[in-house]
Design a protein. Structure first.
Length: 193
């Protein structure tokens, strides 16, 4: 039984990380999966919080031991995957679970956990996406081109998802997600004893 699991996907630089952090602040009951990745950490990222940063060998072991709910090579380079046991444990505890993963991973979860809900975060426009990626400044030109090529493919798959949410303003996006997921917010729970 998969409990209440939501996959949030969308192209590079659409703001998935920012949206999920804001959702977590508004709804602390939400449990967000920490993915394993072979990508090296960015300067601001912490191991165990943003990702579990693992070697290629460690990732191979996770796959071989059936430790991942899904995994994919993203942007043609590094592997990313969702550790299975913590997700199932959080869902079994009744926590609303969020998986922030790419299109390939979303498709695998749809196969394995058909009850899971899926949300595609879309940029307001293609130009806005390019601006955000360039403005973020975390990738070199070659990496940006690769990410934009993946983004084109991902944008074309938006209609596969149960819901499409356009991320124009983070606060509005979070409100829409709270509605879609049927979540109680901080302000609603504060008044309850
Ligand atoms: P970034 O390198 O910018 O942190 O993430 C690159 C892409 O990998 C994003 O589209 C993100 O959603 C995706 N991603 C992160 N974790 C996972 C995961 O566990 N599985 C899959 N399939 N994709 C992931």
């Amino acid at each position: 039984m998969s409990g209440d699991i939501t996959v949030i996907s969308g192209p590079t630089a659409v703001g998935k990380g920012t949206v999920v952090s804001a959702l977590r602040r508004a709804c602390p009951q939400v449990w967000v999966s920490v993915s394993a990745t072979t990508r090296p950490p960015r300067p601001t990222e912490r191991d165990g919080f943003h990702y579990l940063f693992v070697s290629d060998e460690e990732f191979d072991d996770l796959v071989a031991n059936d430790g991942l709910l899904e995994w994919a090579t993203v942007h043609g380079v590094h592997r990313y995957g969702t550790p299975k046991a913590p997700v199932l444990a959080a869902a079994a505890e009744g926590r609303p679970v969020i998986l922030e993963i790419d299109l390939q991973g979303a498709r695998q979860v749809r196969e394995r956990l058909p009850e899971a809900r899926s949300v595609f975060l879309s940029p307001p426009s293609w130009g806005a996406l390019v601006d955000r990626l360039v403005g973020r400044g975390t990738e070199n030109v070659e990496q940006m081109e690769r990410r934009l090529a993946t983004a084109k493919v991902e944008m074309a798959a938006a209609s596969e998802f149960d819901h499409i949410v356009v991320n124009e303003q983070v606060s509005q996006t979070v409100e829409q997600l709270i509605d879609l997921l049927g979540l109680a917010t901080n302000s609603e729970t504060e008044g309850q004893s």
